[in-house]
Ligand binder design. Structure first.
Ligand SMILES: Nc1ncnc2c1ncn2[C@@H]1O[C@H](COP(=O)(O)OP(=O)(O)O)[C@@H](O)[C@H]1O
Ligand SMILES: [Mg+2]
Length: 212
């Protein structure tokens, strides 16, 4: 079966899209944003700009919602009900990198959170986490939520400035693999991102068995 990976994280704005662009580029994969809320610069366009993937490697979103808000609200404002049964992974021979919205317990409808879709997918999850203060609690809560639903975890990808003790304690107490850390890049371009990913991550970690 082709490799499917879900990119989630501790929160919105942690760097999931940037990380997903780097990973999709490194694996020459297909990128898929199942539910896009907010149409300013959509994540699919950011990924195309930062990954160098061809247009065919950016799978169309299942839902494009106008408002940059929680998907359940953005959908309601658009007069749409997200049918979670319709959120199925693209069929393609390439690896697929799917980027979730916000954090794990973000609601898609009034009675369904994103993590329930992940539990159905059973694809291994990468948890993207900040390195700044507050990340330990958010990271360990996220790991616990995934574990309690038997969702496989590929590991944690840290994003931001080095913070060795936070990274160590999260991986030790959470019993998860540290996949690497993407530093804050200035400028952030397709070239700097490709080089930073190659320097800080091992592609085979994403193709192997989940750590938990
Ligand atoms: N490694 C990085 N270097 C520089 N800027 C980054 C990096 N990661 C994320 N950003 C910036 O931080 C903001 C949020 O990142 P994004 O990937 O959109 O987060 P998310 O997908 O988790 O909401 C964006 O403006 C993005 O360009
Ligand atoms: Mg994003």
């Amino acid at each position: 079966m082709t490799r499917r990976i879900v990119i989630s994280g501790t929160d919105t704005g942690v760097g999931k899209t940037v990380f997903a662009a780097a990973l999709a580029g490194a694996l020459d994969a297909v990128y898929w944003k199942p539910v896009q809320a907010g149409l300013e610069e959509v994540d699919s366009d950011t990924v195309q700009r930062l990954s160098g993937l061809s247009r065919e490697q950016i799978w169309p979103e299942a839902y494009r919602l106008k408002t940059p808000a929680s998907p359940h609200l953005a959908a309601r404002l658009d007069g749409v009900v997200i049918d979670h049964a319709s959120l199925v992974f693209p069929e393609t021979p390439r690896a697929v990198i799917a980027e979730a919205a916000g954090g794990l317990l973000v609601p898609l409808t009034s009675d369904t959170t994103y993590i329930e879709i992940m539990a159905r997918w059973r694809a291994p999850v990468v948890v993207c986490a900040r390195t700044t203060l507050g990340t330990i609690n958010h990271s360990l809560l996220s790991i616990e939520a995934l574990r309690s639903r038997d969702i496989p975890i590929l590991g944690i990808a840290f994003i931001g400035d080095e913070n060795p003790e936070s990274e160590r304690i999260i991986c030790e107490m959470g019993r998860v693999r540290r996949l690497g850390r993407l530093p804050h890049l200035t400028p952030l371009t397709a070239d700097t991102l490709r080089a930073a990913f190659a320097e800080n991550f091992k592609t085979h970690d994403f193709l192997g068995e989940p750590c938990a």
